[in-house]
Write a protein that binds this ligand. Sequence first.
Ligand SMILES: Nc1ncnc2c1ncn2[C@@H]1O[C@H](COP(=O)(O)OP(=O)(O)OP(=O)(O)O)[C@@H](O)[C@H]1O
Ligand SMILES: [Mg+2]
Length: 157
Amino acid sequence: MLKTSFTCDTPELTYQLGLMIGEKAKPGEVWTLEGPLGAGKTQFVKGLAKGLGYEGNVTSPTFTLQHIYEGRLPLYHFDWYRLEQSKAVEDLGWYEWTEKGGIVAVEWGDKFPKLIPPPAIKISFEILSEDARRLSVEASHPESIPRVEELILCWPP
Ligand SMILES: Nc1ncnc2c1ncn2[C@@H]1O[C@H](COP(=O)(O)OP(=O)(O)OP(=O)(O)O)[C@@H](O)[C@H]1O
Ligand SMILES: [Mg+2]
């Protein structure tokens, strides 16, 4: 297991961290994003999408459950906040989305931990102040630990 944390003192820095992760993302990565409302999960995904080369708008798929952004690799953006049962996600073809060779980002991924594949990397968002957030990044699978090691070397930019 490897865990590290980054303090992002502005929304821009959270975006930049996402952007850097997007630029280096490899097919099949799953990122699960946890933390309270307004913690910055969508802000992070905006950077992630941009880093993957997507130029359009990114918003929380709170009601639609899923958004797809086509960049260098497709980004499948989920938000499980309103979901009460994992069945709705499974019916949406969750297991296929995680195996399509794109990048998966799930807001409120901690709601259904059983659906999360073990190599997924978890980011827990903590609100430190109006402008600052702590992002704790955790990998517990040999496949994804090097990815977090790489992040530690590249951040802050
Ligand atoms: N350091 C920071 N990093 C990220 N967002 C920040 C930061 N400081 C302030 N903010 C603000 O906090 C809000 C984060 O909103 P965002 O939609 O990303 O939250 P969220 O975690 O996706 O919430 P939800 O669970 O409702 O989807 C934005 O308005 C953003 O500008
Ligand atoms: Mg959100």
